[in-house]
Design a binder for this molecule. Structure first.
Ligand SMILES: Nc1ncnc2c1ncn2[C@@H]1O[C@H](COP(=O)(O)OP(=O)(O)O)[C@@H](O)[C@H]1O
Ligand SMILES: [Mg+2]
Length: 386
């Protein structure tokens, strides 16, 4: 897959409403331009200031968010995690003003978005792409037309639309599917179309609401790898909602743990995983270590802190595939392995259970893991000599 250089895909960083520069970006424009020229392209920033959100209805008020105060740094991948109903979607929908807060302010690139007039709001939404759990593609339109739609709606000249759709199709690796209808695509391909459509207007910020929740583990990894690459190459800020800690661990820099509309914990992923303070965070981390032998669970760390830490790989056997073949596993990983734990049962001649192996040296890439087995997963790290 080839990618575009950041400046060729991103034209201008300040969000503009029909040629009118946004007020706050005028001041920072010079440094943003300098950054772009240096190749250090930066994405948009978001600041939630003392946010409250109450949904009012006849059957009563629902407080969805209370006292949210947090900043999303330009160019970061910011994860929001919490159980169903925690307020994640409510929070992310404030960024492009699909919802307005009941109290507090949302600043995007330094601008209080409540002050934007209609053209300003249109400009804001063009600078912010969004992808969804169920992709939200139009089934009667081809891949190409789905991706072109935001440009058509924006009144982009025809001659410009073609090259821009072409570029994002290439970016997500779907150039050969341009004339296909969504029904003919796999879930992963549909989400790639969603990502291409979200990127076609060159946004500063990409919002992802449970973007991998409808996908199998292997496809999830490939979509997360794509998002990470987009973040790295285009410098765009990604705000990502999930209920799965494994997604946060895979790609986020910073995480915010939300429970019943409040922040229970926020900070760099390495710190929250390494030393979770809140009960809610520990509960969300649980699935990563569930069913482990006690001594391994105790030794297992959630982040890698140095070269003497080695990845622990978990492999499940469901009776569908063959028997655990350690030589094949070692060959696929191309690294010395130590068997930490094997709980393999034989049911009607088929292997069921789980293997845990320690991998010396470099952590395997998501592609290597995906090629090894559908649910091959690094569940944590152990010290070399422990
Ligand atoms: N449009 C709405 N009207 C009324 N209540 C809502 C609406 N949207 C969400 N809620 C409520 O707000 C709370 C947070 O919901 P949501 O932000 O969707 O959480 P999450 O995305 O974490 O599952 C829930 O109690 C939900 O029922
Ligand atoms: Mg939600």
């Amino acid at each position: 897959m080839t990618f575009l250089s950041a400046p060729s895909l991103r034209r201008g960083i300040a969000f503009e409403a029909q040629g009118r520069p946004a007020p706050s970006r005028a001041a920072s424009g010079a440094s943003a331009e300098a950054a772009a020229q240096n190749g250090a392209v930066r994405g948009g920033s978001v600041r939630f200031e003392r946010i409250d959100k109450v949904y009012r209805s006849k059957s009563g008020d629902v407080s969805a968010l209370a006292g949210i105060d947090v900043e999303v740094k330009p160019g970061s991948i910011f994860g929001i995690i919490g159980r169903s109903g925690a307020g994640k979607s409510s929070l992310i929908r404030l960024v492009n003003r699909l919802e307005a807060p009941t109290g507090g302010r949302v600043l995007v690139n330094g601008v209080d978005i409540a002050t934007l007039d209609t053209p300003g709001l249109v400009g804001l939404r063009r600078r912010i792409g969004m992808i969804f759990q169920h992709f939200n593609l139009l089934s009667a339109k081809t891949v190409w037309d789905n991706i072109a739609l935001p440009l058509v709606v924006a009144g982009t000249p025809r001659a410009e639309i073609g090259p821009r759709v072409e570029r994002v199709l290439e970016l997500v690796g779907l150039s050969d599917k341009r004339d296909v209808y969504p029904a003919r695509l796999s879930g992963g391909q549909k989400q790639r179309v969603g990502i291409a459509r979200a990127l076609v207007c060159d946004p500063d910020i990409l919002l992802c609401d449970e973007a991998t929740s409808a996908l199998d583990p292997e496809t999830t990894l490939s979509i997360l790898a794509l998002l990470k690459d987009i973040n790295r190459r285009l410098g765009l800020t990604i705000i990502l909602i999930t209920h799965e800690m494994s997604v946060i661990r895979e790609i986020c820099d910073t995480v915010l743990v939300l429970e019943q509309g409040r922040i229970v914990e926020t900070g760099p992923v390495w710190r929250i995983f390494g030393d979770p303070q809140a009960e809610a965070t520990r509960a969300l981390l649980q699935p990563l270590v569930r069913d482990l032998p006690d001594d391994i669970a105790l030794r297992l760390k959630t982040t890698r802190s140095g070269p003497t830490d080695h990845a622990v790989l978990s492999l499940h056997y469901t009776g569908e595939g063959g028997e655990p073949d350690l030589a094949a596993i070692a060959a696929a990983l191309n690294a010395p392995l130590t068997l930490l734990h094997a709980a393999i049962d034989r049911v009607q001649g088929r292997s069921h259970g789980r293997l845990l192996v320690k991998i010396a040296g470099r952590e395997p890439s998501p592609e290597t893991l995906a090629a090894l087995a559908q649910d091959a997963k690094v569940i944590g790290y152990v010290r070399d000599h422990a």
